[in-house]
Design a protein around this ligand. Structure first.
Ligand code: 5AD
Ligand code: SF4
Ligand code: FES
Length: 370
């Protein structure tokens, strides 16, 4: 233990972290892991402060054209009753978030790229802007889209975009997705690039504890975020879903608690690597541990996504099993999360968009280059 302790401390004292350094951090256990997470929390306080920002999550539709091997919403899963929220339901959720001073929204759905869907999102964005006086941060999480579509949504008022890379290892990516043009690793990386070019605050992330994934893969994921200059990250444990192809590998998975602890180490190591970005405490953490999201916050996360989806749809938006909050309404989740965050000595950034401090708008980076 004494030697290990020296290893984590030595790494934490370095100015530049290599892949091997990150592997050391990710392997930390017990007191070692505590040291890492305490340093991350300290760096968070110094760089982004102790506020936790709420992003009201609207799970707009579970209709998806894709067939990812890990996800309960994959198009081949016929057990899912598909829905798309009505405009009024979306706008009611927006009004709720605005009145409660959440200051940011996330609109998420399965991946659809039809002109009708693209235009529907544009129309909703315009209406949301009107209702909220253009004061809220609006994040989209709608999968891979063309550069034109991304630009259209950006012009209509979206400010941020989440597109998890899922894993930065192209071989592993191939193992967890069908092998076709719709599930192409390079296109996903290209889309991240387009997000930056169209001036979004760019978000990404990975799943932790996938079958075939190694600690080296996870260390490379962190370096991928750094190399791609990502502004915000959401990482969660992979949780098997019985109606998906990856379920066949459940016996080779590390235990849920291991995946949970490794995700905490990923959050902490990322805070050390990129101190000024926004990091989400993902809902999947709470599927494993009732206090999972709070634990993510005290390991370095500073963003949380209270669910705003009407209760009647929640049971049909199950990316993974054991998802929390499927019997609750928006107000219950708000009060619940508020209590949990205050309990761990953090404040909620009500009325503040909590933009990523890491983000430099395209126009100013162009100016800097001149
Ligand atoms: N376990 C954990 N996370 C999952 N996601 C999809 N399926 C699962 C699962 N079985 C995550 C993916 C996706 C995000 C919306 O949900 O990372 O990007
Ligand atoms: Fe569709 Fe996203 Fe699930 Fe893949 S992870 S099947 S794109 S909802
Ligand atoms: Fe939804 Fe606790 S966050 S009930």
């Amino acid at each position: 233990m004494g030697r290990l302790k020296t290893m984590v401390n030595t790494v934490l004292d370095k100015a530049i972290l290599t892949k091997n350094d990150l592997v050391t951090l990710l392997n930390a256990e017990g007191t070692e892991a505590l040291l890492l997470r305490q340093r991350a929390e300290q760096l968070k306080m110094q760089n982004v402060g102790n506020k936790v920002y709420f992003r009201g999550l609207i799970e707009y539709s579970n209709i998806c054209a894709k067939n990812c091997y890990y996800c309960g919403l994959r198009c081949a899963n016929t057990a899912v009753v598909r829905y798309q929220m009505r405009d009024e339901e979306v706008l009611d959720a927006v009004r709720y978030a605005y009145n409660e001073r959440y200051a940011s929204l996330v609109i998420q759905s399965g991946e659809i790229s039809t002109p009708a869907f693209v235009d529907k999102i544009t129309a909703l964005l315009l209406q949301i802007g009107e209702i909220t006086n253009h004061s809220m941060g609006i994040t989209l999480s709608l999968g891979e889209q063309s550069k034109e579509t991304l630009q259209q949504w950006r012009n209509a008022g979206a400010t941020r975009y989440l597109l998890r890379i899922e894993t930065s290892n192209p071989d592993l990516y191939c193992k967890i997705h069908p092998n076709n043009a719709l599930h192409d690793f390079e296109n996903r990386v290209k889309t991240l690039q387009w997000l930056r070019e169209t001036d979004y605050q760019t978000g990404s992330g990975v799943m932790v504890g996938l079958p075939f994934q190694t600690i080296e893969d996870l260390a490379n994921d962190l370096l991928f975020f750094k190399n791609h200059d990502i502004d915000m990250i959401g990482m969660g444990p992979y949780i098997e879903h019985s109606q998906t192809p990856l379920y066949q590998y459940r016996d080779m998975l590390m235990p849920l608690l291991w995946r949970f602890e490794k995700t905490l180490n990923m959050i902490a190591a990322l805070r050390v690597l990129m101190p000024d970005i926004n990091i989400a405490a993902s809902t999947a953490m709470q599927a494993i541990d009732p206090a999972g999201r709070e634990k993510a916050i005290i390991a370095g996360a500073n963003v949380i996504m209270p669910n705003l989806t009407p209760q009647k749809y929640r049971g049909e938006y199950l990316l993974y099993e054991n998802k929390p909050c499927i019997d609750e309404e928006a107000d219950q989740c708000k009060r619940c999360l508020e209590r949990r965050i205050l309990m761990i000595g953090h404040q909620i950034g009500y009325g503040e968009t909590g933009d990523s401090k890491h983000y430099v708008p395209e126009v100013s980076s162009a100016l800097i280059q001149v």
